[in-house]
Ligand binder design. Sequence first.
Ligand code: HPA
Length: 236
Amino acid sequence: MSLHLNAAPGQIAPTVLLPGDPLRAQHIAQTFFENPVQHNSVRGMLGFTGSYKGQAVSVQGTGMGMASAGIYIHELIHGYGAQTLIRVGTCGSYHEGVQVRDLILAQAACTDSNINNLRFGASNYAPIADFGLLLGAYQSAKARGVSAHVGNILSSDTFYQDDPDRYKLWAQFGLLGVEMEAAQLYTLAAKFGVRALTVLTVSDHLVTRQATSADERQQTFDQMVEVALDAALAPV
Ligand code: HPA
């Protein structure tokens, strides 16, 4: 037990997928897991444990933003011994070449958040993905014929920006897209010496203003989950 998770000790697998939306956690468990058992209900932030191709795996909703996700990530690692954490989420694209429904594998995550300044003061930390997970996800995407881009992203504290052109600065510096959690996932994984990756489907496009329908999002979300599971459960 920890403050925000009421799973019994040992009930959460060492490998955990992390969608923001708790109902997506339920969908992943029901669609991909054999024998899923719900391990968390605190605050409606659903979590499940089951197996995939015979290997134990869990999925835990994190909520939106680094403040919320950081709580679950900390407790999963510190309280339940999670060793491999893969965020599966959606993002906005900053780049004409990165289309809606493509995957982004976040090699690194910049942030406009103050959370890491609380840790590092005036110094900057560069949050990066685990290379083995990144390579595994890339190889899985290629094998499955899924269009995947590897690169830097922004983890933002805000979804609605006051300045709609703000993204152009980040795009000029090569960032592929924007979401709201990866930088904390990577920082906490480094702090505790565990592996982490963020896999994203592009749900909206800040340059072309294209968006995806709910059906399209579901289909690409499922492809992304398969890529994440391939990477998470590949032999190290
Ligand atoms: N901004 C931040 N997070 C997001 C976005 C976005 O445009 N799209 C999906 N997640």
